[in-house]
Design a protein around this ligand. Structure first.
Ligand code: URA
Length: 264
């Protein structure tokens, strides 16, 4: 291999390690600079070498960002209004690497709400939750218990894709949680099905693994004091990697079906 080819290989390996998984031009550039003052990162979250915000400054800014997210949600009444608020929100650096802000899909008046982790590459491109491989599996599992997106509201803990689908940090989850809570308040579902440990832990405020949490009905209490039944299950992305767990996943979907039938 020539020296030039070796350098290109090393550079590509470096990009992959840094979470780069697609290209959108021939020149390396900083998207946040291109977007100009309106979307500039807050000082505390400016990228450092390597392109990610310094964790200490992000942590320092996150309490203020959470408060800001809470304040912005206060007057919001509809999912469309919330979408506007989230699209204009400046407090989460994930936004600056994402192509779209992905709020929920489906029926905002549904009795069932499904909550995943974060948009993946296909969701980021389409601006719609669960449209990639995981979403197609989710749609099939829903269809098997007589549900589709007209009967559910499907959203994520985070409205922006973490670069390279990395796991979201605690600070990123905390700052986006007010947007999820607002969606729960607006949709006001009877049942919430949380998909995977990140969604379950973030909503329920615990740190148990999904194998312990799945299959049991739990409770989420809204700010207004309404108790909503929550069921946890495996994330469809995990089921695609681990098909042997599909039997347990099926049992969880049947629990949801039974609860829904008993409520009708
Ligand atoms: N995985 C998720 O958790 N959410 C999506 O929208 C897509 C994949």
């Amino acid at each position: 291999m020539s020296e030039d080819n070796l350098n290109i290989k090393q550079l590509l390996e470096f990009y992959v390690l840094s979470g780069v998984d697609e290209t959108c031009g021939s020149e390396v550039c900083c998207l946040s600079e291109q977007k100009g003052a309106k979307t500039a990162l807050p000082d505390s979250a400016q990228p450092v070498a390597g392109g990610r915000p310094a964790m200490s400054s992000l942590a320092l800014s996150s309490a203020a960002a959470v408060k800001n997210a809470d304040d912005l949600c206060r007057e919001v009444q509809t999912i469309d209004e919330l979408k506007q608020v989230v699209e204009n929100f400046e407090g989460c650096p994930l936004k600056y690497n994402a192509k779209h802000t992905v709020i929920g899909d489906g029926n905002p008046a549904a009795k069932i709400m499904l909550v995943g982790e974060a948009p993946g590459a296909e969701e980021d491109l389409a601006g719609k939750a669960f449209v990639g491989r995981s979403g197609r599996l989710l749609d099939k599992m829903l269809a098997a218990i007589g549900l589709d997106r007209s009967l559910c509201y499907i959203c994520n803990i985070l409205p922006w894709r973490p670069p390279g689908n990395r796991s979201p940090s605690d600070a990123e989850i905390a700052v986006c949680l007010p947007f999820l809570k607002k969606q729960i308040e607006i949709v006001n579902p009877d049942y919430i099905f949380v998909l995977g440990a990140v969604a379950a832990n973030s909503l329920l405020g615990n740190s148990d693994g999904i194998s312990r949490l799945r299959g049991k009905w739990m409770t989420y209490e809204t700010a207004a004091g309404r108790q909503i039944k929550v069921l946890a299950g495996y994330h469809p992305a995990y089921l695609l990697r681990t098909p042997a767990q599909k039997a347990k996943a099926w049992a969880d979907f049947l629990r949801l079906k039974k609860a829904r039938e008993e409520n009708n």
